[in-house]
Design a protein around this ligand. Structure first.
Ligand SMILES: Nc1ncnc2c1ncn2[C@@H]1O[C@H](COP(=O)(O)OP(=O)(O)OP(=O)(O)O)[C@@H](O)[C@H]1O
Length: 710
């Protein structure tokens, strides 16, 4: 005997014989919801405490039986005994609840082509960098630590980009709490509220209903649980996904956790601490909705998820493949490709890359060339989803793809990532009719595909519409929170000849390259506008950071298309390039190096006061957190590009770039190779004797054409 049965028996053991008889009588007076009254004759047969417990529990079920016992004791006016049993029941329920939560959160779904494949949360979860106050990182168990004034944050806002791991962190908190490893003395109950589900849920409900949804059954002692709000934590996941407005007037908010109201009102009341004001909240959101969320909160603290460090990326690969050889093969492949490796700081990208590589290895294929660009990687991932759908007719496949692309594009136009009653293949969860792309970037991929898929009939009207659609997209580029940048990057990537052929072959839809000339014209123009801002200035004044980001984004687009003639044509007007005072991420360096190789008329490159090598997301971190373990120097990628025969660079400026002796080895090899470099400016760096020695070796080489070094 254990759990509810045991506490029931313990309660009866304290009763005197006369009380035991009265207890049995009281039971016959209670009407149980759905179970009716208990038959008197059956009760008479239960002449010992044990027999009675056994009988009632098998008649009503354990949880209801204990509830009935509490009512009976209250009816007998044995209030202390009733209260005692109530407390024990609540405690016992906590155990039951945590077991239920453990079971609920111990596995996660892997959304690959094998439908319904589950993985253990702990065997996949990899630590993420979370920062509360830049630049120091924190772990999830410190989120509710008191500050230096002893204040515990009542609300923690956990923000982070799409796919960075907010939901995963929420699930990990649920699981760790349930197994007793997190917040044990702080919270008796932790509840998870998913905003996507709230959108599609019932119109009216109460806070109590929200908590009940987490419970294993409908018999949870909710009244007792909610009586200690200071012991409750609510995790509200995905504020950005809520569709309704929160502009409720204060007076309409509810303070009673059992009051039934609209979902908007209930959540508003929780956020504004009108209901269960002493409870604690974690609210997760993408940064785009942060400003709105701030309006409704008071006394909140902020933490940000920044993704995986380099070491954690490797750990993730181990956890994903669970096989030394496969992990090594996949990780080395990714590590070799700067662009891919850098993108892996976002967990969902890590997952997509691993899923694709795993499939390629399972099929005995070489790790594909295509996977060296983000477009190629997404394309391979989408192909992997098609496995098992090959029996569909060509026409059916085309219809599905076009529908999906159109949905993605229109969703982006309307800033929508949730779709109701749409027949798309990615169903968000068990909720009946809400669908979403598993990640916003996937929606952006499909949206980009929308612009390049050839319409069935090549009527003039149709192709004009397509061209106009692209024009509109490019006009909107750069407006409103940069929400189109990745779509445009994919657009370039999809126009790569090999990608077009692969898509054509696999999904039997033709990709039209008609928009290529327009795209070339557009990017040439963009690059010209950016370069005009320094053309007039003799000393090449630096670009403003926003302009620089756009210029670099254009280089990223050119990297994605990977077509020499296109890229050379886009860049052929550049004779000078000024990128001074910029902190280049590895990803930027890969894209820029590719462009430098194809910038055939470039004579002057100004990289004064630039920093190289830091990762985008973690750039404020101490260096050891994300140090590149490879032996390459920070400017290795640039130097490699400068050695290409196409490169006609004459003047290279690298003042004050915190270059070290290691960089001189790469510069020295440029000096030995380049047929054009005549001026090199290296002032205000820490080259030291070793660096100078390496440079001298280059200068002394018979091929060195350098005339001036500063
Ligand atoms: N810490 C982690 N360890 C291992 N995998 C992770 C981790 N965080 C995220 N992932 C992977 O990335 C995917 C996306 O993560 P998650 O859904 O948590 O992102 P999110 O920040 O909530 O994104 P969105 O804003 O799009 O909802 C997960 O399904 C999982 O595969």
């Amino acid at each position: 005997m254990q759990g509810p049965e045991l506490i029931f028996l313990e309660a009866l053991e304290n009763l005197l014989a006369e009380e035991f008889d009265r207890f049995k009588y009281a039971l016959t007076c209670i009407e149980c919801d759905g179970g009716g009254k208990i038959p008197k004759c059956r009760l008479e047969e239960a002449n010992t405490q044990m027999k009675l417990v056994d009988f009632i529990c098998s008649y009503y079920g354990e949880d209801v039986a204990v509830k009935m016992a509490i009512f009976a004791l209250e009816l007998m006016k044995m209030r202390d005994a009733a209260a005692n049993l109530r407390v024990k029941r609540a405690k016992d329920y906590r155990l039951k609840y945590s077991e239920h939560i453990q079971n609920q959160y111990k596995v996660i779904k892997d959304m690959n082509s094998h439908l319904g494949e589950n993985v253990n949360l702990n065997s996949r979860y990899t630590k993420l960098i979370i920062v509360k106050e830049h630049p120091s990182s924190v772990t999830i168990n410190c989120l509710f630590d008191p500050d230096k004034d002893g204040q515990i944050p009542p609300i923690v806002v956990l923000q982070g980009a799409a796919g960075i791991g907010k939901t995963m962190t929420a699930k990990k908190i649920m699981f760790d709490w349930a197994v007793g490893e997190l917040y044990q003395s702080r919270f008796d109950y932790v509840f998870y509220i998913n905003c996507r589900e709230i959108n599609s849920g019932i119109e009216q409900g109460s806070v109590a209903d929200l908590t009940l949804k987490n419970c294993p059954d409908q018999n949870a002692p909710v009244d007792k649980i909610l009586r200690n709000p200071e012991k409750l934590l609510f995790i509200i996941d995905g504020f950005d996904e809520l569709r309704f407005s929160f502009a409720q007037s204060e007076s309409n908010l509810c303070s009673d956790p059992f009051e039934k109201q609209s979902a908007a009102m209930i959540l508003s009341s929780l956020f504004r601490k009108k209901v269960l004001s002493k409870s604690y909240l974690i609210v997760t959101t993408r940064p785009t909705a942060l400003e709105e969320l701030q309006q409704y909160l008071q006394g909140e603290w902020y933490a940000e998820i920044l993704g995986f460090t380099e070491a954690e990326r490797e750990e993730y690969f181990y956890k994903f493949f669970k096989n030394e050889e496969k992990t090594r093969k996949a990780f080395n492949f990714v590590k070799e490709n700067e662009m891919l490796f850098t993108m892996c700081f976002v967990p969902i990208v890590c997952w997509i890359i691993c899923t694709v590589l795993n499939q390629q290895m399972e099929e005995g294929k070489d790790l594909a060339q295509d996977s060296e660009r983000i477009t190629g990687m997404y394309m391979l991932y989408v192909f992997s989803l098609l496995k098992g759908h090959s029996s569909n007719s060509k026409q059916q496949i085309q219809v599905n793809w076009k529908g999906l692309c159109s949905l993605a594009k229109h969703g982006l136009d309307m800033s929508d990532s949730l779709f109701l009653n749409e027949n798309v293949f990615l169903k968000y969860n068990d909720t009946e009719c809400v669908y979403s792309f598993i990640h916003l970037s996937l929606q952006e991929f499909f949206a980009a595909l929308f612009y390049v898929l050839e319409k069935e009939d090549t009527m003039v009207e149709e192709s004009e519409t397509a061209v106009n659609d692209v024009k509109k997209l490019l006009e909107n580029y750069g407006k409103s929170r940069n929400y189109l940048t990745l779509t445009v990057r994919f657009l370039f990537g999809l126009l790569n000849t090999e990608t077009m052929e692969a898509i054509n072959k696999k999904i039997k839809c033709k990709i039209s390259s008609k928009i290529k000339p327009d795209l070339l014209k557009w990017i040439k123009n963009k690059l010209k506008i950016s370069s005009l801002s320094w053309k007039s200035d003799e000393e090449l004044s630096p670009l403003k950071s926003a302009e620089m980001i756009y210029l670099l984004e254009e280089f990223h687009c050119l990297y994605e298309i990977q077509e020499q003639s296109f890229v050379q044509s886009a860049l052929n007007h550049f004779t000078e390039l000024n990128l001074a005072e910029y902190n280049f991420s590895k990803m930027d360096q890969v894209a820029l190096s590719f462009c430098l190789k194809n910038c055939c008329k470039l004579e002057t490159l100004n990289l004064n006061l630039c920093l190289f090598g830091s990762e985008d997301p973690n750039k404020d971190f101490p260096r050891e957190l994300h140090q590149d373990e490879s032996n390459h120097s920070d400017i290795y990628l640039f130097c490699r590009a400068l050695k290409e025969p196409n490169c006609k660079l004459k003047k290279l400026k690298l003042w004050g770039c915190v270059l070290t002796a290691a960089c001189c080895g790469d510069l020295s090899s440029v000096l030995r190779t380049s047929q054009n470099l005549t001026v090199l400016e290296l002032g205000y760096n820490k080259l030291r004797d070793l660096g100078m020695q390496l440079l001298c070796e280059g200068l002394e080489h018979p091929n060195c054409k350098l005339q001036k070094i500063k």
